[in-house]
Design a protein around this ligand. Structure first.
Ligand code: 5GP
Ligand code: ZN
Length: 117
């Protein structure tokens, strides 16, 4: 798979190894790594290796990457033994959601009871 990266994107730099990360899972399409500033005992980010700013930038014919990200989340939940207890998936999209890193990412939060909202 051809990988498209952006020079000044920190998550692209994590993908190409310029910035180190604690990897949890990797394949040709996605990377999962521990969040540097965890808000729960388990806090993992899952990102596509191709740079998209947010879900808004993913065209219909490339939406299979989102299914792949969700399959990856299921696998991680199974491998890391939190699928029975439950977990939360968060995707902050754009300014009102407070998206800080402009490379689409799915947070997996687990390991404790989570308040809602
Ligand atoms: P957002 O607010 O954009 O949804 O979340 C961005 C997340 O990326 C934050 O939870 C933040 O802690 C995490 N983050 C930012 N920079 C780095 C980094 O260099 N390494 C890792 N592992 N996480 C990062
Ligand atoms: Zn990027």
């Amino acid at each position: 798979m051809e990988v498209y990266t952006l020079e000044n994107c920190i998550f692209c730099k994590i993908i190409n190894g310029e910035i180190p990360s604690n990897k949890v899972y990797e394949d040709e399409k996605v990377l999962a790594f521990k969040d540097i500033n965890p808000i729960a005992p388990v806090h993992i980010l899952v990102i596509p290796k191709k740079h998209y700013e947010s879900i808004i930038d993913i065209q219909d014919d490339e939406m299979d990457i989102v299914a792949h990200i969700h399959k990856t989340i299921n696998k991680i939940a199974d491998d890391m033994n939190f699928k029975e207890d439950g977990f939360r998936i968060i995707n902050n999209c754009g300014e009102n959601a407070g998206q800080e890193v402009k490379h689409i990412h799915y947070h997996i939060i687990a390991g404790k009871t989570l308040n809602w909202p």
